[in-house]
Design a protein around this ligand. Structure first.
Ligand SMILES: Cc1ncc(COP(=O)(O)O)c(C=O)c1O
Length: 437
């Protein structure tokens, strides 16, 4: 048992102050905006959260992966204050500003694609994905889009179509966009596929000469933290070259240092033509980016892409500080350390409880998949939910994932301390023990 230093639960959850706010939420906020934590945040610091009633939690969800550099990182707070004193908004296409251009420069320098690169900015991950498709279609003058099983690309009409999981993301929202084709993904724990089988599936679904772009998450996030085998991304690069389509990596969840490299694709020796970033890019301020080969990025006609708030100055200032923090605070190395420590704890929990079928991940992107039986691998969805609920109610927030909702994953701030990790793992292990008693 690790001593409780960072977490404390003083009230029932929600406590009385949170409960009063939840009552208003039920009345005024649309019901589909369902919430996970049974409390209302008052303040955050690093990887810690305090609620309105003084309860304290360690947050392994990191704002669903947006807080690589931690809540209220000092550099970011200072840059935002500075920007507030200058100007708030112009729309870059009306009156341009330097922070967007500086950020484009920094991102192009950090993106491991050879040759000339350019960047464009948007507000969300889904918008970045939509724009990857628009840019690739303008460049190739083709229309078809290839995606993968287990993929999550967002909730706008095209991004939702590209997303695999029907419920809740697609329920009641059809008809969907056309010309999107789904290929098998090598889900090593459940379903092995070969490069030949993927190519065969492609050829059976669509004429490859009509394919504009293949969009792939180098490590599948929402779909359950699926790390592909080493051959996979190079084989997809080879398919793109063979048939002349654009290869785009969706690194909205896996990018910005989370796996110990700036982009996860750097682990696999395969270069995309375009890459999407969002989430931790601006530490939770709405900002996404598409970075890629200059000739492809320049293909749409002037004013064909953009948006009123796209590349907002505050978000760009935050992103510049995120990129500096990754380097100067050695957060890529930290991601590897944080991931190792959490993975060891997950393996220890797996040794103790048979419900853990698989522990996997790369860098700080670590997850465990829960099954009713290690031989049949039947997903243990209810048990996963029960354990996550017990953990949050005792002080540690863990998001779930996977097509079957049976994966516990970690998207924690990379600034979390070792002692905080240990306390969080202790809470999780106790939640397993209680749930499986
Ligand atoms: C890989 C991936 N792509 C796209 C998105 C959509 O991002 P957003 O919610 O900012 O639209 C997400 C969000 O979780 C994601 O994980």
């Amino acid at each position: 048992m690790v001593e409780r230093r960072f977490t404390r639960i003083l009230t029932d959850l929600p406590g009385p102050k949170s409960a009063a706010v939840f009552a208003d939420k039920a009345k005024y906020v649309a019901a589909p905006l369902d919430t996970y934590a049974p409390f209302i945040i008052r303040r955050g610091e690093g990887a810690l959260i305090e609620d309105l009633d003084g309860n304290r939690f360690i947050d392994f969800s990191g704002g669903w992966g947006c807080l690589a550099v931690g809540q209220r990182n000092k550099r970011i707070v200072a840059a935002l204050r500075d920007q507030l004193d200058d100007f708030l908004h112009t729309d870059f296409t009306a009156v341009p500003y330097a922070p967007l251009i500086d950020l484009a420069h920094m991102l192009c320098e950090r993106t491991a694609i050879r040759g000339d690169k350019k960047a464009a900015f948007f507000n969300s991950g889904a918008e970045a994905v939509e724009n990857v498709v628009k840019i690739a279609r303008a460049y190739t003058k083709r229309k078809a889009v290839l995606v993968f099983e287990n993929a999550f690309h967002g909730r706008t009409l095209l991004a939702m179509t590209m997303t695999h999981k029907a419920r809740p993301y697609k329920t009641g929202f059809g008809p969907f966009a056309s010309d999107v084709y789904r290929l098998p993904f090598p889900y090593e724990y459940r379903k092995k596929v070969t490069a030949e089988e993927i190519e065969g599936a492609l050829l059976s679904l669509v004429d490859p000469n009509e394919v504009a772009v293949m969009v792939v998450e180098p490590i599948i996030g929402e779909g359950g933290f699926l790390v592909p085998p080493p051959w996979f991304l190079p084989a997809m690069r080879a398919l793109a070259d063979k048939y002349g389509f654009v290869l785009a990596f969706d690194e909205v969840q896996s990018g910005i240092g989370r796996t110990g490299k700036f982009f996860a694709f750097e682990h696999f020796g395969a270069e995309p033509d375009l890459v999407c970033a969002a989430k931790s890019l601006a530490s939770g301020l709405p900002l996404s980016a598409v970075v890629g080969r200059a000739a492809i990025m320049d293909a749409p006609i002037p004013s064909a892409i953009g948006g009123t708030y796209a590349g907002n100055p505050l978000a760009c200032r935050a992103a510049i500080e995120v990129l500096k923090a990754l380097d100067e605070d050695h957060l890529l190395q930290r991601a590897v350390h944080v991931g190792d420590r959490i993975r060891k704890a997950f393996e220890r929990i797996g040794d103790r409880f048979d419900v853990v079928g698989d522990v996997r991940g790369l860098g700080a992107m670590v997850a465990m998949e829960l099954v009713k039986d290690r031989t049949t691998k039947e997903p243990a969805k209810e048990m996963t939910g029960r354990i996550a609920t017990l953990a949050v109610r005792t002080g540690a927030i863990f998001p779930t994932a996977g097509l079957n909702g049976n994966v516990l994953r970690v998207l924690v701030s990379l600034v979390i301390t070792d002692d905080q990790i240990d306390e969080g793992m202790d809470i999780l292990e106790s939640a397993f023990a209680t749930a499986l008693k």
